[in-house]
Design a protein around this ligand. Structure first.
Ligand code: SF4
Length: 508
């Protein structure tokens, strides 16, 4: 059964996992729309369902298996339904997945997205189930986003690199995403211009280790303070290999797209938090005052076993230099508890690092063994019960810090990028530090999606804030007919920028 007025096949892409996966899903949708497919309302009404998977955590993989089982029931009623599996589990398991889950018709890796329509066409013509998971190591390619096709939004993700060379001992990503490959700065700037011209005002740069970026075409000018020794800092100098061209890319973006209100990036590696990147944060006003900097553990013994290539002291020194350089900048992080060999003392080191760094948010995970990772050789010797206890304690500590941070914003005036309308009809958005704000406004003054507004914070909740609208700082650049339906997928934020040396926000 084919749906749609002209019997065009309809697709549905279901996403599990990180922003990188969400971004890949958008590219899949664009590729399929470009090939003439229609977008179905959901898997139930689709002719093609693509499950875009994540294998970083065990749960996501289990979720895939149960989702395939559910779709298998649908396929019994509609045998022509095609089920595709994309993303990290597809790359990792390939043929094995096809054998263990016979309901699947296509396994496609992250580097093969542009081949999706032709592979589906083969299947629709009676072809046999296929596995296509080839890395584009020799000729890396990055699909250019087509913002005019996407629903109107004020925030967008832009991929700057893919793969990872770090090989942290617990992580499967280098296996599922391959070695680091960088996108030419020329292409990145072109994609950002396209988004800005379509009304986007917040860009998040994406990459597995986003700040390891280097321009493969070598066209970026050297960033200020590149290669500067940190001899003035207590821990000594930055190793030469820690320097990258990521700060240079940030300056180039600021120059090429001055209309941007906010520029973010995820996820950086702490060892590339160099003086030149810290200087870029001082100088580039559009860089948001929030950085998510994964640390994983506060114990040097664990960091060594994890092969993170920095010490607790180096992490704290670098993040302290960043927060001192940019007043008001907040930090969040990722942390693993119960890594093999983690003692009570090691865990207490993690707790004290959370306190010293002052994180206002944290993604915490219990260690679980992943296939093909070096840590498989280590005995998973912390009990599930103990892992749960440590995770609960970790969240208690960070929740208290978050509560104090949010309470400290009450009474302050902050800039909020509006990204939608709440259930009660009020507007909501995010501050520069990424806090969610529910906005109350007089009837007729309710700010629309895409606008940047000044809000006085009246109340702090557990995970969000409430405030009243004061004035509009910048009108929504979205076309009028798109404003009400705009769906924003941001990590927005803001507070009025007034610090000397940083360019201020546009005001209308
Ligand atoms: S930096 Fe480490 S944790 Fe992050 S993707 Fe690379 S190997 Fe995985």
């Amino acid at each position: 059964m084919l749906s749609g007025a002209f019997l065009m096949p309809a697709f549905s892409v279901v996403t599990f996992g990180c922003q990188m996966n969400a971004h890949d899903s958008s590219r899949m949708e664009e590729v399929l729309l470009g090939a003439g497919y229609d977008k179905a309302e959901g898997p139930e009404s689709a002719d093609v369902v693509v499950l875009n998977t994540c294998s970083v955590r065990e749960k996501a993989e289990q979720k895939l298996r149960s989702e395939v089982g559910r779709l298998g029931l649908l396929k019994r009623k509609r045998p022509e339904l095609l089920i595709g599996v994309a993303g990290c589990v597809a790359q990792q398991e390939g043929e094995r997945l096809l054998k263990s889950l016979p309901q699947i018709d296509l396994i496609i890796g992250p580097d093969n997205i542009k081949e999706l329509p032709s592979l589906l066409h083969d299947l629709e013509s009676g072809g046999l189930p296929r596995v296509r998971t080839v890395f584009d190591v020799d000729e890396p390619s990055f699909l250019m986003a087509e913002p005019s096709r996407a629903s109107s939004a004020t925030s967008a993700y832009v991929t700057v690199m893919k793969g990872c060379n770090e090989r942290c001992s617990y992580c499967i990503v280098p296996y599922t995403r391959g070695p680091e490959r960088y996108r030419p700065a020329r292409e990145i700037l072109e994609e950002i211009r396209r988004f800005v011209d379509a009304g986007v005002r917040e860009i998040t740069l994406l990459g597995q280790t986003v700040n390891s970026y280097r321009d493969p075409e070598g066209r970026l000018p050297v960033a200020p303070h590149y290669g500067e020794s940190r001899l003035k800092w207590p821990r000594g100098s930055v190793p030469r290999e820690d320097e990258t061209e990521f700060p240079a890319l940030l300056y180039a973006i600021a120059e090429a797209a001055p209309e941007l209100w906010r520029l973010r990036y995820t996820s950086p590696h702490p060892r590339h938090l160099t003086p030149s990147l810290i200087h870029a944060h001082e100088q580039i006003g559009m860089l948001a005052k929030h950085v998510h900097m994964p640390v994983q553990s506060g114990s040097n013994a664990m960091l060594k076993r994890m092969i993170r290539r920095y010490t607790r002291e180096e992490y704290l020194e670098r993040t302290r230099a960043l927060t001192e350089a940019v007043p008001g900048l907040t930090l969040s992080t990722d942390m693993i508890v119960g890594f093999p060999g983690e003692t009570d003392e090691d865990f207490e080191e993690s707790i004290s690092l959370v306190q010293e760094a002052g994180f206002v948010a944290l993604f915490g995970f219990k260690y679980s063994q992943r296939p093909y990772t070096p840590a498989l050789k280590l005995k998973d010797d912390v009990s599930e019960e103990e892992k749960s206890r440590r995770l609960t304690r970790l969240f208690e500590v960070v929740d208290a810090q978050k509560a104090a941070h949010l309470a400290g914003l009450v009474g302050r005036e902050v800039a909020v990028l509006v990204d939608g309308t709440g259930k009660t009809g009020e507007a909501s958005g995010r501050t520069e530090q990424n806090e969610i704000v529910h906005i109350e406004a007089p009837v007729g003054e309710l700010p629309v999606s895409g606008s940047l507004v000044s809000v006085k914070i009246e109340r702090a909740y557990k995970n969000s804030l409430r405030g009243s609208w004061l004035r509009t700082l910048a009108a929504s650049p979205l076309p009028r007919d798109k404003i009400q339906s705009a769906i924003v997928t941001p990590r927005g934020e803001s507070e009025k920028r007034s610090d000397a040396g940083r360019r201020s926000l546009p005001v209308v």
